[in-house]
Design a protein around this ligand. Structure first.
Ligand SMILES: [Zn+2]
Length: 102
């Protein structure tokens, strides 16, 4: 039997009658990370290009985009799902964490 637990609170979802919610998140650059901008090619072009190459290391563009393209999948119980859709980026949690430091 496949065993599911809530990725947020750890609740066992295998016997949960309320159901299980799946959250998928994708994160990837909204720009082309391999593109060398015109600015990079001005006066000190050699220096700029070598900086770009250092920044990207020996990665090919395929490897680079797979590094920058991250997919996440979470199983959530109904209660955590409700919390997630109300605050997908956890802004409230971050804010209350900041306040609790005082
Ligand atoms: Zn949960």
């Amino acid at each position: 039997m496949v065993h599911f637990t809530c990725d947020l609170c750890g609740k066992d979802l295998t016997m949960c009658t309320d159901g299980r919610f799946v959250v998928k998140i994708e994160a990837y650059p909204g720009f082309d990370p391999t593109e060398i901008k015109e600015d990079d090619l001005e006066d000190d072009s050699m220096e700029a290009v070598s900086q770009v190459l250092q920044r990207e290391g020996a990665l090919s563009s395929d490897e680079l985009s797979s590094t920058l393209h991250r997919g996440f999948r979470f199983d959530l119980c109904p209660a955590c799902h409700r919390k997630f859709v109300n605050d997908p980026l956890g802004k409230e949690a971050i804010r209350s964490f900041d306040f609790s430091k005082n």
